[in-house]
Design a protein around this ligand. Structure first.
Ligand SMILES: O=C(O)CCC(=O)C(=O)O
Length: 268
């Protein structure tokens, strides 16, 4: 079991994170813990948990009930299965948030989500910055710990990053194909020749800053690619004038947002 104050990252790793905007951490999670997570993860997607609440949806497609999903995603898996937090993983994410952002608070573990890339099917996760999805009234200091639940390669959809891209502010984004019904955002403002791909073994993770440009390829292998993502954060800085992020004005047009609204109205 992890002790609350145990240091995880070296000084060099913290510097590398701030310089490049991402890190690879080998053997961060235990294979035993991941093996306990897999059946929960499968239940979440097989039973479409949270779909009627708009919390499970097709991130990369039309999110139409009749169409096979190209990039299924669930937000907040641990709200449905709190036992996900029982092992060390979420505690370790909170600990590295304290180390990276130098925040003493206990409340440094952010939200979680899960993205499944179906075998031989589905879409890329286009180049984007996570902060492009978030409220424009603040500058955020946050990261995501991206943990595959199996080994992962470029062909199955490992993470790829543009080093240093977190230093340049928020780039112009749009919903995929400029279609406001598709949840995922994409940007074209990057130099792909600078991309660094991060294949991982089970137990390894990547950590990326919320402004680091990243991408994953479509899964071109015979096994589903499962990934659990847990966020950690430092302090946000409230802005006097919100950032210009016009693509977010369309967010309430996605089928997921409409399901959420209907759910909230029914449960008022
Ligand atoms: O798992 C993926 O395909 C993409 C993950 C991602 O975009 C993220 O963790 O921010």
């Amino acid at each position: 079991m992890l002790m609350a104050t145990e240091q995880i990252l070296t000084k060099d790793q913290i510097e590398e994170f701030h310089e490049n905007g991402f890190l690879v951490l080998r053997n961060f999670a235990s294979v035993e813990e991941i093996q306990k997570i897999i059946p929960i993860y499968r239940k979440l997607f097989d039973n479409k948990v949270g779909r009627e609440m708009g919390l499970q949806f097709d991130l990369g497609g039309a999110d139409d009930n009749d169409e096979r999903e190209v990039l299924p995603q669930i937000l907040g898996p641990s709200t449905f299965f709190p036992e996900l937090k029982e092992g060390d993983h979420y505690k370790k994410v909170a600990q590295i948030a304290r180390e990276i952002f130098n925040v003493p608070t206990d409340n440094v573990c952010g939200g979680d989500h899960a993205i499944l890339k179906p075998a031989h099917y589905g879409s890329v996760t286009p180049w984007h910055q996570d902060e492009a999805y978030w409220v424009p009234d603040s500058i955020h200091e946050a990261f995501s710990v991206w943990m595959p639940l199996q080994d992962v390669t470029v062909e199955s959809g490992c993470m790829q990053f543009i080093p240093g891209s977190h230093k340049n502010g928020i780039l112009k984004h749009q919903h995929i194909n400029n279609n406001p019904k598709i949840h995922a955002l994409e940007t074209f403002d990057y130099d792909e020749t600078k991309a660094v791909a991060c294949p991982l073994k089970m137990g390894d993770v990547t950590v990326h800053h919320c402004r680091t440009l990243h991408y994953t390829a479509a899964n071109n292998t015979s096994k589903d690619r499962l990934a659990l993502i847990v966020g950690g954060h430092g302090k946000s800085i409230k802005l006097d004038k919100p950032k210009d992020m016009p693509w977010n004005e369309k967010n309430n047009e996605t089928p997921r947002a409409i399901r959420r609204k209907e759910y909230d109205e029914k449960n008022k």
